[in-house]
Ligand binder design. Sequence first.
Ligand SMILES: Cc1cc2nc3c(=O)[nH]c(=O)nc-3n(C[C@H](O)[C@H](O)[C@H](O)COP(=O)(O)OP(=O)(O)OC[C@H]3O[C@@H](n4cnc5c(N)ncnc54)[C@H](O)[C@@H]3O)c2cc1C
Length: 490
Amino acid sequence: MQKALVWLRRDLRLYDNAALHYALKEGGQVWLTFIFDTDILKPLLKGELDANGLKHDRRVDFIWQGLKQIDDELRKQGGGLIVRYGQPTQCIPEIAKELDVNTVFTNHDYEPSAIERDETVRVQLEKQGIRFETFKDQVIFEKKEILTNSNTVFSIFTPYKNNWLKTLQEKDLSDYECNPKPGQLAGIPKKLSAPFPSLESMGFCPTGIESYLPPGSEGGQAFLEDFLHRIDQYQVGRDFPAIKGVSYLSTHLRFGMLSIRGLVREAHRRMLAGSMGATIWLSELIWRDFYFMILANHPRLAKGASFKPDYDNIAWESGATAKKLFAAWCEGKTGYPLVDAAMHQLNQSGYMHNRLRMVVASFLTKDLGIDWRWGEAYFAEHLNDFELSSNNGGWQWASSSGCDAQPYFRIFNPITQSEKFDPEGKFIKRYLPQLEKLSKKSIHAPWKAGHIELEAAGISLGRDYPLPVVDHDEARKKTLVRYSVVKKIT
Ligand SMILES: Cc1cc2nc3c(=O)[nH]c(=O)nc-3n(C[C@H](O)[C@H](O)[C@H](O)COP(=O)(O)OP(=O)(O)OC[C@H]3O[C@@H](n4cnc5c(N)ncnc54)[C@H](O)[C@@H]3O)c2cc1C
């Protein structure tokens, strides 16, 4: 009889899951496993710990809670999730051997280190006579599925998107049914029935993330339903961080708690029915596919290389001053309220609105002259939805070294961005309550307010709120000189 093991990674759901679908389709017994990877988790334990010596990491907590939901669901059906804390290259072959399965099923991962890990697992399994089957699940089109007329990969988004839309067929969005036959989800054998590792046993503490980001497919579905009432106005509200204009689904998508096919199906259907909001939202989902495709075809990006190699000649600020400016940026103390409020949003919740990601990334690279890789690493540590492909893509886009048709002299003005996208200063006030009493004219650049207004608002600059760490106009001139080493402008 066929026996199969499904290895869950970034696909933490029991519906519309390609690997699970194919495992069930074989007809035999199916087990599911998740490995808390020590190679990923141990490095996270550095830095500040709580009074019990535990690390606060929202993502680990979010994954843990999502897995609990899956385990509960599987137990209702007579099965259970086999959860381990260890190295997948060891654990997967061990579990597969113990269960005596014929095949291990899993879904593609496009990060170079994951590809290497999977190759090691494949070799180990094959030595044991076990097949390793992998599937596309995380994206609609992967790797080299969308190519230019001359069979090369795209490097500019708009023609990629047009081709993506032209290629899309109903079958690309069809659901992978995951309906086990009675008894097909096998109970965990005694030998493997170690208890579900607690967060604490792995060095992490509960973070309370569920109070604003309900985990699992259940949480994702609830957020999706809420968004579908707003999707038709997405194009109107999506750039304004003070209002609920976006979907907030990125973290569920990151961990595969929602299926990308389901989201694209919704957006595409509404686009065909004439919804402008759905059309623009679909474009955002295509950006996600685009950056996965870019990383899959340019693995050097994971090693810090600029997408446009000329940009590696830029001399970024360094030394003590650069470190001080970087610390001010991280802590939201630059004196530019929109930048600072955005950094507080990230530090407090693990989320940052897309418009603000663009603003703070431009500010770091083009106002402070700091290497985009510093910002990329800070986001990687703090974003709940951290995704190597989109994060690298977003940072390189902002620093102009990436996939962008615009030349480097697009430099965001943090004051006009603030006036345009937070005109009343509502978002700023949410995160910087000390600026509550400033007028909507002065809140974008408090140092320009007269001392009478500042005094009336109870603000002493330098005491209650920082003076700007740089002058934008001067920084802009310096950036144009810094970037002039770039020979070719594409
Ligand atoms: C510097 C920078 C870093 C970023 N880092 C990440 C990251 O680590 N992980 C991440 O998921 N997104 C990243 N983004 C893209 C984008 O900011 C987030 O996906 C978005 O803000 C998530 O919020 P949402 O789910 O409400 O988005 P919505 O506006 O509702 O968009 C829906 C979905 O489309 C995808 N999407 C939207 N915009 C983009 C984009 N520009 N690139 C790729 N996918 C997109 C996301 O999966 C998102 O959940 C980054 C952008 C920038 C400028």
